[in-house]
Each structure stands twice: as structure tokens, then as C-alpha cells.
Design a protein around this ligand. Structure first.
Ligand code: ACO
Length: 365
């Protein structure tokens, strides 16, 4: 549930602030998929299950290794998730139970695909997942080759919780449209990844970092923002189609970001983020006579950067987090409550092209 006017977000009725403070990605994923918070036994079984599905087949890694190194991480993830269909023993089973198993496998494997591609791109061997680590910490371990500090792992965990679900946004809607045709879980997820990759949606976090790097000097932030507006460009990480006040996820990340990076040599990017938000709000108010607020993509950028994740990978980190929400929506599309007859999405459109006309043979044109 999203309330854009009041800046509220809840997953299955649970407030996002409570989930960010108390929950873990594993518990949140369970909540989204099963509709209720797990008991301790259910959570440990779910976490074990997820951890046991993190390892990619060696043939899959070998096929990644043959791809051009400049393939964008989101293209790798989209293609990789499609290819997981071939490795899934349940692929032709469309029962609820089989689809839940596919969801666990997809959520478990997406971080490994991203981390493996990051390592291969940097001419490093992929790091095998560690089943003893929580989901977020294991991702950082596979990316960096060393176990993360507790605060760093918790930031990634909370960031994954905050990115896990957001009702009918563009990518979730895309996944549901594909699922509504009866397409399988992986095809539906891959479509969502494609929709998320654009700079107006999940690509915005990478653009935030590009903008910070482009600005370079904290003293240049205000002039850079003025220039963006002069050129009719948007400042990434600012504004939201639904929230008319600060995105609650941005506020949570902002509070955590500062404490995670405050003693880090890359702290200046966080400071510049704050300046960029203020400068954008200032110019926006002057030009449009109204307010604009940070969205979820603003504050993750400088922290992911400080964690050693290259910004080209930021949208993929968003996608692996959103996988939980996508899977929940795909399951709901396939198994609606209360059960209704399956229906394809088929929006009406207003034709605005030429009227009916006679076909002209090519030699007469
Ligand atoms: N910077 C500058 N101007 C902006 C921004 C921005 N970030 N966002 C909106 N505006 C301006 C628009 O240019 C428009 O001006 P106009 O009325 O003079 O034409 C006005 O504000 C309203 O813009 P809309 O596109 O109608 O607003 P909407 O609420 O639909 O846009 C969107 C939402 C697409 C997210 C927009 O704010 C944007 O492009 N932000 C930057 C990209 C970004 O951060 N995306 C991530 C969103 S969160 C997510 O997807 C996970």
C-alpha cells in the first residue's frame, strides 16, 4: 500500500519504517510471497532454502564468461534470469507450489549472477556463495571477496528491504502483464528487469552517481543543478510519480547512509548528495513554484559507491531486491484471491494514424 500524499508505504499492512528497523530481507521476502510474517521455524526454513539456491551451475558461469565485457549488468541479469528457466526442474509445472519454488530459486540466484558478472568483468574469478551468510551480506561477500562489516551488511539488508516492493510501478506492472499471458516466472521477471533498467525508473540510482562524479567538486553542485534545469534535464533521485512529499524510503536511507559512510574516505559523495537535493529543491521551487523531494534512488548511490560497487551495477542491485516484490505480484497474477478467470491485460488505445487507404505496389510508389 502506498499513500503518496502522506508519504506512507506498507508491505502487506506492515509499515516500511517498522520493517526497515526490525526485519531482514529474508523475512520481508517471506512476507511478500506468503502474505504473513513467518514464525521463527518458518523463517529459518525459508532462509535455509534461499541460501541453498544461490549457486549457479558452472555451465551458466562459463556462458557468462563468453560475453562481451561491455554488456550492461542489467542486460546480463535480464538474459541470465531468462536462462534460469533451462536449469529449473519445475519449469513446465505451473502449480502454486512449483511457482513458489521458482520464486525462491530466482531470488536466490539473482545476486549470484550480478556478482559473478562483476567479478568476470574485472578479470577476477567469481566467488562461491557462502550459505552461512544472510542474503545481503552474502551478496557483498560475492562482489568483494571478503565478508562485510556488520554496519555495511545491515545497510545493504535495509536497502534491499526498502527496494523489495512498490505496488504497480512500471516494472511490476510489466511483470504482471507478462505473467497474465501464462508465461512462466522467469519470463515475467526478465520483462520486469527490462522495464526497471530505464533511467526514469531503476536506472536512476546509477544516474545519481554519474551526476555526482560529473560534478566532481562539492562547490560546483549548485551551478551544476542550475545548468541541468537550464538544459531542461531532470535531476535523478528527485521527484516521484506517486509521492507528493519525501519518499519514506529515501528518509530511512538518508538516516542510515550518513552513519555508514561518515568515516569513509568517500564521504564527500554523500555530502554532495545532500547539497544536490537542496539545490534541486531550491531551483525547482523558484522555477515551478512548488516542491520536489528525494526519492529512494538518491541516497543509495553514494553508499553503494563507498561499498566498492560500480554504479553500472546499481540498477541490478535494485532488481535483485525488487525480485521479492515481482515474485509476489507474479504469484498473485497467476493465483488471484479470490480466484477469478485468468484474463490478459489488453489496454484500449486511440488510433491516430492515417485513415484506411489502398495498398500501392512498390514500383508505383
Ligand atoms: N528534476 C527536474 N525536474 C523534474 C524532476 C526532476 N527530478 N522530476 C519532475 N520534474 C519536473 C518535470 O520536468 C515537470 O515539469 P513541467 O511541469 O514543467 O513539464 C514536472 O516536474 C512534473 O513532472 P512529471 O514527469 O509529470 O512528474 P512525475 O511525477 O510523473 O515524474 C519521475 C516522476 C519520472 C520519477 C520524475 O520525477 C523524474 O524524472 N525523476 C528523475 C528520475 C528518477 O529519479 N527516477 C526514479 C524514480 S523512483 C523509482 O522509479 C524507483
Amino acid at each position: 500500500m502506498v499513500n503518496g500524499d502522506e508519504g506512507k508505504l506498507a508491505y502487506r499492512g506492515y509499515n516500511i519504517e517498522d520493517l526497515a528497523r526490525e526485519s531482514t530481507f529474508e523475512e520481508t521476502a517471506y512476507l511478500l510471497i506468503h502474505g504473513a510474517l513467518p514464525t521463527a521455524d518458518q523463517l529459518s526454513a525459508f532462509s535455509r532454502d534461499l541460501a541453498s539456491h544461490r549457486k549457479l551451475p558452472s555451465a551458466f558461469i562459463a556462458s557468462l564468461d563468453m560475453l562481451p565485457l561491455n554488456t550492461p549488468p542489467m542486460a546480463i541479469l535480464q538474459a541470465g534470469v531468462s536462462l534460469l528457466a533451462g536449469y529449473d526442474p519445475d519449469i513446465y509445472d505451473e502449480s502454486m507450489e512449483a511457482n513458489q519454488r521458482k520464486a525462491i530459486r530466482a531470488i536466490g540466484l539473482m545476486p549470484t549472477i550480478i556478482a559473478a558478472w562483476k567479478r568476470l568483468k574485472n578479470n577476477q574469478g567469481p566467488v562461491e556463495p557462502d550459505e552461512s551468510l544472510p542474503h545481503a551480506a552474502n551478496f557483498l561477500y560475492m562482489i568483494r571477496g571478503r565478508k562485510p562489516a556488520e554496519a555495511t551488511a545491515r545497510f545493504m539488508d535495509v536497502s534491499m528491504i526498502l527496494h523489495a516492493e512498490h505496488t504497480f510501478n512500471a516494472s511490476t506492472f510489466t511483470s504482471r502483464v507478462v505473467a497474465s499471458t501464462g508465461a512462466d516466472m522467469y519470463a515475467s521477471l526478465a520483462a520486469g528487469i527490462g522495464a526497471l533498467s530505464g533511467p526514469l525508473h531503476g536506472g536512476a540510482n546509477a544516474q545519481v552517481m554519474r551526476n555526482l562524479l560529473d560534478t566532481k567538486d562539492p562547490e560546483r553542485v549548485e551551478a551544476w543543478v542550475e545548468d541541468q534545469f537550464k538544459r531542461g534535464k531532470r535531476v535523478s533521485g528527485m521527484g516521484h510519480a506517486v509521492y507528493k512529499t519525501i519518499d519514506p524510503r529515501a528518509r530511512i536511507l538518508q538516516n542510515m547512509a550518513q552513519s555508514v559512510v561518515k568515516d569513509h574516505p568517500e564521504y564527500r559523495w554523500y555530502e554532495m548528495t545532500e547539497r544536490m537535493a537542496l539545490a534541486t529543491q531550491d531551483v525547482f521551487r523558484k522555477k515551478k513554484g512548488k516542491d520536489i523531494y528525494p526519492n529512494v534512488d538518491l541516497y543509495s548511490a553514494s553508499v553503494y559507491h563507498a561499498m566498492g560497487i560500480h554504479h553500472e551495477f546499481f540498477p541490478a542491485v535494485f532488481a535483485m531486491s525488487r525480485s521479492a516484490g515481482w515474485c509476489a505480484h507474479i504469484l498473485e497474477e497467476k493465483f488471484p484471491h479470490p480466484p477469478v478467470k485468468p484474463a490478459l491485460y489488453r489496454p484500449e488505445s486511440k488510433y491516430a494514424g492515417p485513415p484506411e487507404r489502398k495498398y500501392v505496389p512498390i514500383e508505383e510508389r
